[in-house]
Design a protein around this ligand. Structure first.
Ligand code: F6R
Length: 622
């Protein structure tokens, strides 16, 4: 996790670094720090625990730290508690970890990632006279670069390359060397980092939103590459130290996409952006009334050849896989299994050689999903990724990529990216069903019409938000909430429950409705809230019966169904309706009230909606 930024140019660096970090705070927010150099003067390091605003206050929003070259970091603790000493930047000198002010060190750096062989490296460095002031693996990394820099005296790129050969783990690392004022050196392996350039300035950052205000011209740095940036220039090097050419890419997202735009939180803004995210994603794959997956290099022949699909993903992306499992098996008649990426890689994979491994990821950087992708590739399976962030590691390593077009997602709890992923999976399913001869031309056209109607129906679902806001205020003090459903409704319950617990901190569980009576119903007592997702007509009555079993034990029932299923009102205490839609795709509507419920509950409890405790958006540790 963690976010890193760097700037070198002619402007004051500190305000630019603070601004960049504010766009990356979703990646970690337990402490922050920056280091700035004013010409040839030593780097000044300032750190603060807690949110970024503590750091900003300390340096008068940057005014107190002159200089036009610097690096910054916002942390999500992995090695060592979130203290000031453990906050980045770290330095190569022996006793300056907590210093605010000029540092005597030769190397100053910030890091996102995890170093696996840190103990062995710390022993080696200790034998060579280095002392450690923090509990972080980052300090070891920086001291290792310093060690090679001084031992071989060839320069920063050589020292970084030697470090890369010696270290196991993941890193996006940005460094300033005392002997090279106005320059920043960086390297990456398995943690995201992009380099931006503009007239007279150069930037680096963990993610696009940090740069959007300054430039749209970016380079994606490869694994095991290093880069030297100086005002207006970026030079890339391979592990041998040879300079390599990298293509410049133009980012199409605009800066406003990463702003709150009048909404109180990013999450509610992103919930409202769902009609657009779904429309843009559908339009990127449906051209002139036909699905066109040629952008991802997917042909009908390939879809015909697939014998099974294994979807691997984490969290909400896995929930998309769970929905897809039901609809792909039903429409395309392909055996599908949705599996948690963190489990997939540690099992014997007894899969047919013609299995497609499909990785779903918003960030394209989730460590478990990336590791699963690599295992699948190593074993020779065809791989397809559904990814939101262009140029991310998963997108670059998968054989085929379908991009969702959700734009930057800032809130830690995903909403619009989840909906865009569902949309992409629907399109893939319908095309696979057609290619495999499982649906007629007429049914194909009918499904496309249904899909294209979804954005407007999501917008209509959002219009009912006041009722949900009211209900959330009423239940904001609940202790336990159960989300139950069958089939697609169960898969939607999983996501509804996660949305609730991750931002409201209320314990909630999603259960296949028929399973409650096999143990969990013993938790139901007077006032327990049970939310039934009831969109699947042929399963609805059964779930309503399971809800009645909970009501008989004191539960308060909320039913979520589509217009037309009015009999639900007779059995539950509170009903929410969504527009009618094809049952395969109606999950895209049913999830919206559940997202709103999680959101308004968190607001009613006065919590930090966009940055819930203990979480970070991009999970780059296993
Ligand atoms: C929950 C949430 C997470 C992510 C998960 C995977 O709201 O956002 O559960 O879905 O960490 O992240 P990506 O999609 O970036 O691989």
């Amino acid at each position: 996790m963690c976010g890193i930024v760097g700037y070198t140019g002619t402007e004051a660096a500190a305000p630019i670094l603070l601004d960049g970090l504010s766009k990356l705070e979703y990646r970690g927010y337990d402490s922050a720090g920056i280091a700035v150099r004013n010409g040839t003067a030593l780097a000044e390091v300032v750190k603060a625990t807690g949110k970024l605003r503590n750091l900003a206050e300390k340096i008068d929003n940057g005014a107190a730290l002159p200089g036009s070259c610097g690096i910054g970091h916002t942390r999500w603790a992995t090695h060592g508690e979130p203290t000031k000493i453990n906050a980045h930047p770290h330095v190569s000198g022996n006793a300056t970890g907590s210093a605010s002010g000029p540092v005597e060190s030769d190397v100053v750096g910030v890091h996102n990632g995890i170093i696996e062989n840190y103990e062995e490296l710390r022993d080696k460095l200790t034998r060579n006279g280095y002392r450690f002031y923090s509990d972080t693996d980052t300090e070891i990394l920086i001291k290792l670069v310093d060690y090679y820099y001084k031992k071989y005296k060839i320069g920063p790129i050589d020292a970084i390359n030697r470090m890369m050969v010696r270290v196991r783990g993941s890193y996006a690392l940005a460094l300033m060397f005392r002997d090279y004022p106005g320059e920043i050196y960086a390297a990456r392996k398995d943690s995201p980092m992009i380099i931006g350039v503009s007239e007279g300035a150069a930037y680096l950052a963990s993610d696009v939103p940090a740069l959007l205000k300054y430039t749209r011209q970016v380079y994606y740095i490869d694994n095991h590459q290093s880069v030297r940036i100086l005002p207006g220039e970026a030079h890339f090097f391979d592990l041998n130290g040879d300079e390599v050419d990298m293509p410049l890419t133009e980012i199409t997202w605009n800066a406003e996409a990463a702003e709150k735009d009048g909404f109180e939180h990013f999450m509610i803004k992103e919930i409202h952006e769902q009609p657009k995210a779904v429309r843009d994603t559908l339009n990127s794959m449906i051209k002139e009334g036909q699905i066109d997956l040629s952008g991802a290099g997917l042909t009908d022949e390939m879809l015909q050849k697939i014998r099974a699909i294994r979807i691997v993903a984490c969290g909400s992306a896995w929930h998309v896989g769970m929905v897809s499992q039901y609809i792909m098996e039903d429409l395309a008649e392909i055996p599908v299994r949705a599996e948690l990426a963190s489990e997939f890689r540690y099992r014997k994979l007894l899969m047919d050689p013609d299995t497609l491994v499909l990785v779903i990821s918003q960030s394209g950087e989730t460590a478990d999903s990336l590791a699963a992708l690599r295992v699948a590739k190593e074993k020779g399976y065809a791989t397809l990724a559904i990814v939101n962030v262009v140029g991310s590691t998963i997108a670059r390593e998968a054989d085929h990529v379908l991009y969702t077009v959700a734009g930057p997602e800032i809130a830690v709890a995903t909403t619009k990216a989840y909906s865009a992923q569902l949309a992409a999976m629907y399109v893939l399913t319908v095309q696979a069903a057609k290619a495999r001869g499982r649906i007629s031309e007429e049914a194909y056209r009918g499904y496309l019409e249904e899909l294209q109607a979804l954005p407007e129906k999501i917008a209509r679902t959002l219009e009912d938000k006041e009722r949900i806001q009211w209900f959330a205020a009423k239940y904001a003090n609940a202790h336990d909430i159960f989300f139950i459903g069958r089939g697609v409704d169960y898969a939607i319950s999983l996501e509804g429950s996660l949305k609730m617990k991750e931002i409201s901190y209320i314990h909630s569980e999603a259960y296949a409705a028929g399973e409650m009576k096999h143990g969990t119903i013993s938790l139901v007592e007077d006032g327990t809230l049970v939310i039934g997702v009831l969109t699947q007509k042929e399963l609805l009555e059964k779930t309503v019966s399971n809800m009645a079993e909970c009501k008989a034990r004191g539960a308060y029932l909320m039913g979520l169904t589509s217009y037309g299923n009015y009999s639900v009102e007779d059995s539950v205490n509170f009903t929410i309706y969504v527009p009618k839609a094809d049952p395969h795709f109606i999950g895209s509507l049913a999830i919206v009230p559940l997202q709103l419920l999680g959101y308004y509950t968190s607001v009613a409890r006065g919590l930090d909606v966009d940055q819930p405790r203990n979480l970070a958006k991009s999970v780059t540790v296993e």
